[in-house]
Ligand binder design. Structure first.
Ligand code: G6P
Length: 468
């Protein structure tokens, strides 16, 4: 198996700190089980691109990475990936920048990826490409003669056709994706948007099993909702490092209720709206002033992109404003932390928290919601408040689902969560836990690989596991 993604990030055995997204978390687990090579960008800059492969073996995973030139990083990573596709795919055309140089840089780096990974691909290998950075990689590899089975999994949402058509050369981009054998999405909503596009904009035929007829081939398109490594995470949650983190956080709040948010510092995560909702909760519930703490862990991400600098400033202002209004000499309601923590410690923090606040404005899946559930004590679990716009909302029906744009709704839901009787908390948690356990990362990988291998791959309808 050759796995290709922009970022290759192998955590140390205990789990790395930092701004790891869902992709890194999931691929680490998948590769450890399956073996193979993980190819991508080293995250490093080189003056002139050489294509030199740095091969390493770490923690049971073989990685092969290349360095990129400053212009590549600017046009491909900061540019097309994170100033064009990321905001567009998260429904933020107000933040989307369309610049021809970005598009050219994106094509160039995808071609560089293709040239560099080519010598690693052997005849029977499956090639599994990940995410919005590398949509045209499959077609680039086909042009170089690769006949292997190739699949793409998109970790982000896929936007509605009406938004996507604002992208110059949108059709060329989508046509390049149809060179893969399998296209995977996080849920049926994004899958349906994609199928809508190929039908309406390209006039292609979509079969009952959602396969797409394209130039005499059948491209499988399906939802494969990603999960967490349930066993690894629950073990980490029960270990000494997690317990120590749990106790440290608990003792620091002196009996107050804890709400926790853990997100990369990204505008898609709805952090500003979340802070405002918490401020509203404090204003509406003066009897609770001083009795609840919001711990927001938000490691910075993509700091060279202006919209990320902007969201960081906004959040600093909002935190200062809310803390200024509701703090007293011995207490601050929002603890806002710009750093990442090892996963075992995070598990301890989740377990200590009475409420998991996962309120993105748009999110492909959101694995924090699943980790929060997995880390709870089933006898006395916390309550998950989950945005209806996270991909995870399709599966986690027993969370308290909210519209993250409505500060009133989120504030009322915080109240409801704090008041929820133990029996209801246990009941909801048991159902959520069953879903998180069943739809874990191993199942995601097995399902995708089965479809990629091409045996028993095609199911009918748009069925997703556990999706009512
Ligand atoms: C999301 C994306 C990933 C990305 C991660 C972290 O999870 O889907 O592809 O790796 O964010 O973002 P970064 O830009 O730091 O890689």
């Amino acid at each position: 198996m050759i796995v290709v993604s922009n970022r290759v990030s192998v955590p140390k055995a205990a789990g790395a700190a930092g701004a790891q997204g869902g992709l890194a978390v999931a691929l680490n687990s998948a590769l450890r089980e399956h073996g193979g090579i993980w190819f991508g960008w080293s995250g490093q800059e080189t003056e002139e691109f050489t294509g030199h492969l740095d091969m390493q073996r770490n923690d049971g995973i073989t990685t092969a990475t290349i360095d990129l030139e400053p212009q590549d990083i600017e046009e491909y990573y900061n540019g097309y990936a994170n100033r064009t596709l990321w905001p567009l795919f998260h429904y933020r055309i107000d933040l989307t920048e369309y610049d021809r140089n970005f598009g050219e840089g994106y094509e160039r780096v995808n071609a560089r990826f293709a040239d560099s990974v080519l010598p690693l691909i052997e005849e029977e290998d499956l090639v599994w490409v990940h995410d919005y950075h590398l949509l045209p990689l499959g077609s680039q590899l086909r042009e170089k003669g690769v006949k292997n089975r190739m699949g793409l999994f998109l970790h982000t949402p896929w936007p509605p056709t009406r938004l996507l058509v604002s992208l110059p050369f949108h059709e060329r981009l989508v046509a390049s994706m149809l060179e893969y054998d399998v296209l995977g999405f996080q849920n049926t909503e994004w899958l349906e948007s994609f199928l809508h596009y190929v039908q309406k904009e390209m006039g292609l035929k979509v079969n009952l099993d959602n396969s797409i007829e394209y130039q005499g081939r059948r491209v499988i398109a399906r939802a494969f909702p990603i999960g967490i490594d349930f066993r690894e995470f629950t073990e980490a949650a029960q270990g000494a490092e997690a317990r120590e983190a749990h106790d440290r956080l608990k003792s620091s709040v002196r009996g107050r209720k804890i709400l926790i948010g853990v997100d990369r510092l990204d505008y898609s995560k709805g952090l500003g709206e979340r802070f405002e909702a918490f401020g509203r909760f404090l204003a509406d519930n003066p009897q609770d002033a001083g009795k609840a703490v919001l711990l927001q862990i938000a490691p910075p991400s993509r700091g060279d992109v202006a919209s990320y600098q902007q969201i960081r400033e906004d959040l600093e202002r909002k935190t200062g404003h809310i803390n200024g209004a509701h703090a007293d000499v011995a207490f601050v309601p929002i603890r806002y932390v710009n750093q990442g923590y090892p996963r075992a410690q995070l598990a301890g923090f989740y377990r200590a928290a009475d409420i998991g606040l996962v309120t993105p404005l748009r999110d492909g899946m959101n694995l924090v919601a699943k980790e929060y559930i997995a880390a709870q004590d089933p006898e006395n679990p916390g309550v998950l408040i989950l945005s209806q716009f996270a991909g995870a909302a399709h599966q986690l029906k027993d969370a308290l689902q909210v519209n993250p744009h409505s500060t009133e709704h989120v504030a009322e839901t915080i109240r409801k969560a704090l008041d929820m009787p133990l029996a209801e908390r246990r009941d909801r948690h048991a159902k959520l836990l069953a879903s998180v356990r069943e739809n874990d990362v191993q199942r995601w990988r097995e399902d995708f690989v089965k479809a990629l291998v091409g045996k028993n791959a095609v199911r009918t309808g748009t069925t997703e596991h556990n999706e009512a």
